[in-house]
Structure formats: C-alpha cells, structure tokens
Ligand binder design. Structure first.
Ligand SMILES: [Zn+2]
Length: 476
C-alpha cells in the first residue's frame, strides 16, 4: 500500500513599505497601541482609501521574482466577515483578479530540480490584533490594520514536510533578496497556513483537506505536516475519512487540535471595493521593475560555482542570504584562495553566528580582517589552530588580527634554534616514549609532538616540529 501526501501552502507576507496600503500611517512593527491609525485604516465612514504605489510595486516585484504573469490592471475587493480586529466589517483584498498568476519556485530534491507552482499572489490589507489579557479582557490594537500584505498561494505540488521546508526557505530567501519583506515569522511578517490531505495511490481514495493554522516557525510547519500525514493515513487504513476542518498546531503538546468544522463553505460575499479605483499597470513599468531585480539566490549560486570554483554545497550555503554572500565576496577581494575563505566563513564564522543567534551584519570585524587573518596563516606566521583562537578574539572584541597576534605574542615559532632546546628537553623528560617510538609505536610520536606544542603554547610551527622531532630521535 502506498500513500501520497498532498500539501498546498498559503503564505501571508507583510511588505516593507514606509506607509500602509491605503493611507499615510507609518508601517512599523510594534509601537504604543493604536498610535499608527487614522480614519482610513480604521475604516471610519467617509474615509477615502488610496492604493499605495510602493505596495503595488513590491507585489509586482515578488511576482516577477517568482516567475509569475502580472495582471494588466488591478481592482480591490471587499471580503466580508466580522471580527473585532477588523473594524470595517470587511477586509480589502483581491478576489477574481489577483495581481500575479502562474509562477513557480524551484527546490532541489533527490531527482533534481522540482517546480512548486504558485497559483496566485494577491494584495490585501492586514487586520488589527486582538490582545487577550490575563484578566480575561480582550483589547484591540489597530496599529497593524492596513499594513500591506501579499498572499502567496501554491499549487498542491508539495509532497512532504521536507519539501515544504525547502520551499519556504527558498521563498523567504528570495523575498529577502528583493527586499520587499523582512520575513520575520516571530514578528508575524511571514505567516504560513497549510492545506493537507493524503491519497491512497492504489485505490485512489482521498481524505478531505485539513487546513492548519497557527504555525509560527518552519519547524512547526514541518512537524504539523508530519503529524497530519500520520493522522490521515491512519484514517485511510481504518476506512474512515476526516471532516473538512481547520486545525490549530499546539506547539507544547506537539499535535493538532480542531479549531472549526469547515463543512459549510465560507461565504465572504466578495464585492468590488468601489472606494479604491482600479489601476492599469503599464508594461513599461513592469519592465522597469524587472530590470531593477537584483541577482536572485539561485543565480548567485550558479555564479559562485563558476567564478570561485566552489563546490555546489558551499555555493548554496554562502548564497542563503544576500548579506552572507556579500561578506564572502568582499573577503575574497582581499584573500587569495576562495575555497579557503569559504571553509572559514561556512565553518568558524557561521557556526559561531548560529550559536549566538547573531546575523552576519552583527559581526564586529570586517571582511578585510578575515582576509588578513588568512594571510597570516598562509604566510606561516601563525598556525591554523592559532588562527581559530584569533578569530574567536575578533568575534569578542572586533580587534584587528595583527593587534591580537602581537598583543598575545602568538607569532608562530619557525626558528629551529629556538625549537631545538625545547624539543631536547621534551625528549629528555619522555624517554619511554622515545623508546616506544623506536620500537615501532607510531602513537608515541604524536604524544611527543603534542608535548612540544604544549610547551610552546601551540605557537610552534607544527610541520617543523614534526620534522625536527623525527631527526632528533634518530640521533639518539
Ligand atoms: Zn491610517
């Protein structure tokens, strides 16, 4: 028996425009409650909304980056429903004529590149926020009401939690590259709902679609898909079906719970919002926006492979964010070996950033400082291991590598005369190891070299120590 999981995603993305979608209120996360509002975004009678050109431009930008067709004109529609954080009694959205259609995002699966279709991207306004107090009251903050959103709806082309995660990562990277959103899930500027069902590939029997909400991280999206996959399969195995319903992900208990039955289809009574005038989008404007698109992650990755002769894996990691890619390229301007730079950036730099939950922009040192550090290593002035110590210090203080090396006296000892005395002393103190090595125990050599390194606080040139220790033992 085989089962196939079918997943489609709906992603809401807040756009980084300076002002809201229909008024001049500031579009900013946070702020004292109800301080970023006016009669337009509150929907007071008589207020006249005007579509923000910047929001439309960002929507088109996203559509082009996701290979969509852009509509020749747009209108806005009213989606009617009641909710306390929606003071108008309707949300201004787009119904039958979305801004963008028929695009795709590629992900890398085992068999190669897989296209995940994007059915539509439409513009809409965000709602306010209800805040439930511990005292049992509900307060409403309308600061978010009227923040421009795009809703991205995928085709049901995703077949696993892993594919969903890859898709979302690529989508987020692209949106950040084109600078239309910061995509911070923790601040709600990227929100994802999942539609999932499972089909029995032998009998063709399908479960009804479940809609999943309240997914606050990519990890939650993946866990919720896996949970639902198991739930739907067990229903099929029992010959049962699931009700068409909306479920909420419970992060603490690691399971989904029913929010509401979707048995009867929602009726939003969509109607054209006659207050917002339709807008014709001229082809010249679309071309201008297309020309302004930056190099996208997959294009940058291809270039990194060609230009720096990097393995595909390295190029993929380094181009995940525009800032990281920029740091890498900038370092390379001063360094000689692109693969060495890649190793250091992907290894010690990224690991430390991840451990401290920092972004590359938070680094206290500059790309040139890293290049200088590598030059010290390549010139044999410090060892690779000392280099790592210096980098740790650069993380902490932002001091230049040269200053750290001088201050701590870390210059590598490559002077045979200086090492000779130390090696002789170590050999005198470890005569048993010398005998062991002469009797063919190679491990004893490692021990002796270790002792020499220890005696020099790691500053001795390891290759030179290796050579000299062998010679000295031979002479004994
Ligand atoms: Zn306003």
């Amino acid at each position: 028996m085989g089962y196939k999981t079918i997943v489609g995603l709906e992603i809401h993305v807040e756009l980084l425009t300076k002002t809201k979608i229909f008024c001049n209120c500031v579009n900013e996360f946070g702020g004292d409650a109800n301080t970023h509002c006016c009669p337009v975004c509150l929907g007071l009678p008589g207020a006249i909304p005007k579509l923000n050109k910047g929001a439309l431009e960002f929507g088109i930008k996203a559509g082009l980056a996701f290979n969509c067709q852009i509509s020749e004109w747009v209108k806005m529609d009213r989606k009617h429903y009641f909710y306390p954080d929606l003071s108008k009694g309707y949300q201004v959205s787009q119904d039958d004529n979305p801004l963008c259609r028929n695009g795709y995002v590629e992900i890398e699966v085992e068999e190669g590149l897989k296209r995940i279709g994007i059915q539509r991207i439409h513009m809409e306004e965000d709602t306010g926020k209800s805040i439930h107090t511990e005292g049992g009251d509900t307060l409403v903050d309308y600061n978010r009401a009227g923040v421009p959103l795009i809703e991205i709806v995928t085709a049901p082309d995703i077949n696993s939690s892993e594919e969903a995660r890859m898709f979302l990562e690529n989508l987020r990277n692209i949106l950040r590259y084109i600078e239309v959103s910061d995509c911070k899930m923790e601040e709600g500027s990227l929100r994802c709902d999942v539609n999932i069902n499972v089909v029995d590939t032998e009998t063709g029997k399908k479960t009804n679609i479940t809609e999943l909400k309240n997914l606050n991280s990519f990890k939650a999206v993946a866990s919720a898909i896996e949970y639902e996959e198991r739930r739907h399969i067990s229903l099929l195995e029992k010959g049962e079906n699931t009700a068409k319903e909306t479920r909420r992900w419970n992060e603490v208990e690691n399971k989904t719970v029913v929010m509401r039955d979707k048995g009867s289809a929602d009726n939003y009574r969509y109607a054209v919002d006659v207050d917002v005038l339709p807008v014709v989008i001229e082809k010249e404007w679309i071309d201008e926006i297309r020309d302004s698109l930056p190099e996208l992650p997959h294009q940058k990755k291809e270039r990194f492979i060609k230009e720096y002769a990097l393995p595909e894996y390295d190029a993929g990691v380094l181009t995940q964010s525009k800032e990281l890619a920029q740091f890498y390229e900038e370092t390379n301007k001063y360094a000689k070996d692109p693969k060495q730079v890649s190793n250091w950036v992907m290894g010690d730099v990224l690991r430390r950033l991840n451990d401290e939950e920092m972004e590359i922009e938070d680094l206290k040192f500059q790309p040139k400082d890293l290049a200088d550090l590598l030059e010290f290593i390549n010139a044999g002035k410090i060892s690779n291991n000392i280099g790592k110590k210096v980098l740790r210090e650069m993380f902490e203080t932002g001091e230049k590598p040269e200053a750290i090396i001088k201050k701590k006296g870390l210059i590598q000892i490559s002077d045979e005369g200086e090492l000779e005395g130390i090696i002789e002393k170590v050999l005198d103190e470890n005569q048993q190891s010398v005998i062991d090595y002469k009797n063919g125990k190679d491990r004893a050599l490692g021990f002796i070299i270790g002792q020499v390194m220890k005696a020099t606080k790691g500053k001795a040139n390891p290759q030179l120590v290796n050579k000299m220790v062998r010679e000295r033992i031979e002479k004994r």
